[in-house]
Design a protein around this ligand. Structure first.
Ligand code: GRF
Length: 239
């Protein structure tokens, strides 16, 4: 990579990781420029953080898109270049063998929203897409349209657990409830599974007797704010 890395960011919530990345860019500890911040939920705090930093923002309202697509009929709403069999065979998010109908519904609704997301992202020049608390899985329909060079990953994610332990939506909760004495966070590339892509970096912290779930989340987030900018900088340096 030569020159400043152009990153796009996607969020769903408070955006404290986004803030850490904005601050690291401003401080020059990451050689990157944030081109946009997109959210699947309107009105979240992270959008405010981006706007305050002068970053373009947009919302692709997944809930509204799902609703409209169901009214319209999923097959009518599907992107023209969507190939159900191709996406179903590549993805590792749902098992079409156990419930084919459910799997089709899941993949089709996601692809419809992902088309809208791709249309917004297309307005920007981007080297790397950074998921900073974006709480939606991505199907191969989306991933293949971002990862356009074979073998090169261009989507990064931060997960609130030490993968491969505790994938899914509640990493700190699962770590805490299991009784782990060590928690942590992981930055990884996105592949066709849920939280299964190649690991870029991890940070761990001790869970002491008497710590509550809130303590675990607080300690974890502090590690995330260090880890994510460091991993993005490694990517910017071509490492
Ligand atoms: C973080 O814990 C991240 O690991 C998870 O969602 C949370 C987002 O927090 N994917 P924030 O929006 O960056 O504050």
């Amino acid at each position: 990579m030569t020159g400043t890395l152009k990153i796009g960011t996607l969020i769903s919530g408070g955006g404290t990781n986004l803030q850490a990345i904005i601050d690291a860019c401003a401080a020059g500890t990451i050689d990157a420029d944030i081109q946009f911040t997109g959210s699947d939920i309107p009105g979240v705090k992270g959008l405010e953080r981006a706007a305050s930093a002068g970053i373009d923002t947009f919302v692709v309202d997944y809930a509204k898109i799902f609703l409209r697509a169901r009214e319209q009929g999923l097959d009518t709403a599907l992107p023209k270049d969507f190939d159900l069999e191709e996406i179903l065979s590549k993805q590792r998010l749902v098992n079409p063998e156990t419930d084919r109908k459910k799997a089709e519904f899941f993949i089709k609704t996601r692809a419809i929203a992902e088309r809208a997301l791709l249309d917004r992202i297309a307005a920007y020049d981007m080297d790397l897409l950074v998921l900073a608390g974006f709480m939606r899985v991505l199907t191969p329909y989306f991933i293949d349209r971002i990862n356009t060079s074979p073998g090169e990953y261009r989507i990064m994610n931060i997960h609130p657990a030490l993968l491969p332990a505790f994938p899914g939506t509640d990493g700190y909760g699962d770590t805490f409830r299991y009784g782990c004495k060590i928690g942590g966070c992981t930055v990884h590339f996105i592949d066709y599974g849920e939280d299964t892509g190649p690991i870029i970096g991890q940070k761990a912290f001790e869970i002491k007797a008497g710590d509550t779930l809130d303590d675990v989340k607080k300690n974890g987030l502090e590690k995330e704010w260090e880890l994510y900018p460091a991993c993005i900088q490694r990517f910017a340096q071509g490492l």
